[in-house]
Structures are given as structure tokens and as C-alpha cells.
Design a protein around this ligand. Structure first.
Ligand code: FMN
Length: 426
């Protein structure tokens, strides 16, 4: 055999980067989500980019989420045939192509006007869950029509008039064919997000001269704005009064979307919603326990992508304890910091049934426009397949039997005193 290797080197060749197709171009130029993030940052005014990329305070919890995932190590097993790999997962009785879904995100339109449509279409196409949000920039019914087989709906607390709006939204979700209802718990107060404040993203919105100038330097973003329209809160429009302007609707959203659901309210929505119910923002195994006792079908471990409470641990670091508390009684979802298919594997290794990602998908849309969300989905699933093949897992359940080092996993959980006080009525 000659020493010069005529055989293609396994590895990068397997990523399909040869040839001149658009796919090969994408894979060469954007081999990772980080490459997409960088391009997104260049194409979007800082008003939009900072709003999405940032978190509360100094972004420490955002950084913590990613660092904690990076720290997880998985010991590979070799010597087995790895041809057949399946990433299929069943969640709430439906089967999906991979253990990854799109997390709910309001304000996406500032990152890329109309991003929701790209994400919903891509999720339907790839057969992964898509979570429409109460404050999405595209109406619930339109998103449900774009993603009929995979749509979930995230509800924020709208408690005025004995939850009249919240209850109506649940009815609309059912009529629109939503499969899973997700109640967000982790927004008891408005978070201080300095990056948004510095960019003037406060209501009423009055863009500064700097913002206007930046916008003129982002032609792709401007085109998306021209074709998709100004971001707003269309799902809430009908509740803001007849002929309400976009500004009135934004004011309504800011006034009425308040607080995180209490357990009493979760119990009430459990009665109302007959389909699968998830509570999002669970960080303590004792809270997971309460959720399960109320009959929820899933708990979504999340620190809101580091946007609410800066001292919160990385969401992945509490997954093992929550998964242990919940056992087989409910599905465990996780989000916060997912940037690769390997992160999906890490989430499974930590005990989650599936992970959701937020920013990662938006970076794809802002970097590439149409097709960006499809590309991210493809990238994540391909990376997961390669990671599984590398580690010796044929199917997702095999991941649980691998040896994992999770240095940040929180292990000491003393009985929570605040809860004990509430129970004893003091
Ligand atoms: C711009 C933005 C808006 C968000 N809006 C919502 C929302 O309306 N409702 C909600 O429950 N979570 C919201 N989240 C949190 C996400 O659902 C998810 O928990 C988080 O993005 C996961 O972290 P990741 O972005 O690092 O993947 C938002 C996150 C971002 C980045």
C-alpha cells in the first residue's frame, strides 16, 4: 500500500462537505452553531441581537448554562457495530425524530422579523416539537397551521378577571390542535436585563438615533421587516380592545402578562386542559415532586435561558436530581445552553428525556434567513448521530448505560425551609 493516502479520511468526509451544493457550502462555512451566532451578530442590529443573546444581570446564568454542559464528559464504548443509529423519541405519546425541540420565545421578531414562521415550518418538516408562545410575534392559530403535527403552546400567567384570557387561550390552543400545554412558572417578577435597557427596548419603544442608524446597516434584517411586518403580540390582540393599535396591544401584554403560575393555578389548568400538561421552569426536585402530585405530565427543567434569576444554577446541573425525584411518573424536559448535538446527548445522559433549545435556532434564522432553522435542525441531529455512534449508543436509551462525569451536578438537597414554613402555615 502506498504511503500517500488515496482513501478518503473518515471524519470530515462523513459530514458531506464535498461538492458545490448549498448544503456543502453551509457545512463548510457554518460547521457549528457558534459560526451561525457570529454571522447572526453581524446581520442584526444590536437591539435585536442583545435582546436574544443576553440574560439578566451580567449574563452569568447564560454563561453558566453553556459551561455546565461543556463540563459533562461521557466515556465511549468501542468494539460494537454502530451502523444502525436511531434518534427517535416518544414524548407524551407522539414520536419525534430526535430528542430536541424549539423552546418558546417572545420578542423573536426583534432578532429576525417573522422568525417564528421559519421555526414552525422547520419543526414540522423535521418532526421535532415546536413551542408557540403567548407573546410570540405570529398568532397561535397561524403557527399551529404551520406545524400541525408538532405544535405545543406555552402559556404565561394572565390572571385578570379570574384568568379569563388564560382560559380563553387554552380553548384556542385546543381548537388549533395544540398537543401539549406548557405553563411557565419561573417569571414571578420582571427581570432586569441591562442589555435591553441599554438598547432602549422598553415600552413605549422610542428607538434612539444609534438604533436607527444600525438598522440601516442591516439590509437583510430590514428586508425581513418589510416583508414580515413589525413584531407585535398578535395572539393577545383580540383581548386588548377593539381597534387596538400595536402599541395598545404591547401595553396590554406588558400590563396583563404578570407573574409565574402558582401551584393552585397549575391545579386549575390541570382540570381545564385534558391533553399533556408541562410546567416549565422547575429547578428544585421538591417543586418537581409537587408538580407530579398535581398530575402534570412533564416538568421542563429550565432557568429561562439565564434571563430571570442570575444566581440560579445551570439548568443541566439540577436535571439529575429532578429526574430522580420524578422517576417514571412524568417526562423530564430540559432547556438552557444547548448548542450542539453533543449537548443533546449530554442532556439525555443527565437524565432528561429530551432537550429544547431557544437561541440556537434563532441564530440559524438570523444568520441564514429562510432555511436557517432547517439547517440548525439538521446540524443538531447529525451531530447527535455522530456522537451516539462515537460513544457506542445505538438508540437513546443506550445513553443511560454510559459512564458519565457530571462535575456540576447538584447533589445536596436539604428539605426546603421556605416550603416547610408554607406547609405549616407560619
Ligand atoms: C429572546 C427569548 C425570549 C424568550 N421568551 C420566552 C417566553 O415567552 N416564554 C417562556 O416560557 N420562555 C421564554 N424564553 C426562554 C426559553 O423558552 C428557553 O427557556 C431558553 O431560551 C433556553 O435557553 P437557550 O436559549 O440557551 O436554549 C425566552 C428566551 C429567549 C432567548
Amino acid at each position: 500500500m502506498s504511503s500517500s493516502s488515496a482513501t478518503p479520511v473518515p471524519g470530515n468526509a462523513g459530514w458531506g462537505v464535498s461538492g458545490n451544493s448549498r448544503e456543502a457550502w453551509l457545512k463548510r462555512n457554518f460547521p457549528t452553531v457558534e459560526d451561525l451566532r457570529r454571522r447572526a451578530q453581524r446581520r442584526v442590529p444590536s437591539l435585536g441581537y442583545d435582546t436574544v443573546a443576553g440574560g439578566t444581570g451580567s449574563d452569568l446564568a447564560v454563561l453558566r448554562n453553556a459551561a455546565a454542559l461543556d463540563a459533562i464528559q461521557i466515556v465511549p464504548r468501542y468494539g460494537v457495530d454502530r451502523d444502525e443509529i436511531s434518534t427517535e423519541v416518544t414524548l407524551f405519546g407522539r414520536s419525534y425524530a430526535a430528542p430536541v425541540g424549539i423552546a418558546p420565545m417572545g420578542l423573536q421578531g426583534v432578532m429576525w422579523p417573522g422568525a417564528e414562521r421559519h421555526l414552525a415550518r422547520a419543526a414540522q418538516q423535521a418532526r421535532i416539537p415546536y413551542t408557540a408562545g403567548t407573546v410570540s410575534g405570529v398568532a397561535l392559530e397561524e403557527l399551529a397551521a404551520l406545524a400541525p403535527d408538532v405544535v405545543w403552546f406555552q402559556l404565561y400567567r394572565l390572571a385578570a378577571n379570574d384568568h379569563a384570557v388564560g382560559i380563553d387561550l387554552v380553548r384556542r390552543a385546543k381548537d388549533a390542535g395544540v398537543h401539549v400545554l406548557v405553563l411557565t412558572l419561573d417569571t414571578p417578577s420582571r427581570a432586569k436585563r441591562p442589555r435591553e435597557l441599554r438598547n432602549g427596548l422598553v415600552l413605549p419603544f422610542r428607538p434612539s438615533l444609534r438604533t436607527m442608524l444600525q438598522v440601516t446597516m442591516c439590509p437583510g434584517w430590514l428586508w425581513a421587516l418589510a416583508t414580515q411586518g413589525r413584531p407585535g403580540f398578535p395572539t393577545l390582540a383580540r383581548y386588548a380592545g377593539q381597534n387596538a393599535s400595536k402599541r395598545d396591544i404591547a401595553g396590554f401584554a406588558q400590563r396583563e402578562v404578570r407573574g409565574g403560575f402558582t401551584w393552585q393555578e397549575v391545579a386549575r389548568y390541570r382540570d381545564l386542559w385534558k391533553g399533556p400538561l408541562v410546567v416549565k421552569g422547575v429547578m428544585h426536585p421538591a417543586d418537581a415532586e409537587i408538580a407530579v402530585s398535581l398530575g402534570v405530565d412533564g416538568v421542563q427543567v429550565s432557568n429561562h435561558g439565564g434571563r430571570q434569576f442570575e444566581a440560579a444554577p445551570a439548568a443541566i446541573d439540577v436535571v439529575p436530581a429532578v429526574a430522580a425525584a420524578v422517576g417514571r411518573r412524568a417526562t423530564v424536559l430540559f432547556d438552557g445552553g444547548v448548542r450542539s448535538g453533543l449537548d443533546l446527548m449530554r442532556a439525555r445522559a443527565a437524565g432528561a428525556d429530551a432537550a429544547l433549545a431557544g437561541r440556537t435556532f434563532l441564530y440559524g434564522v438570523a444568520a441564514l434567513g429562510d432555511g436557517g432553522a432547517d439547517y440548525v435542525t439538521q446540524l443538531l441531529i447529525e451531530e447527535l448521530r455522530v456522537a451516539m455512534r462515537q460513544a457506542g449508543a445505538h438508540a437513546l436509551p443506550d445513553i443511560a448505560s454510559l459512564v458519565v462525569r457530571h462535575p456540576g451536578a447538584m447533589q445536596d438537597w436539604p428539605a426546603p425551609p421556605a416550603l416547610a414554613r408554607a406547609e405549616s402555615g407560619r
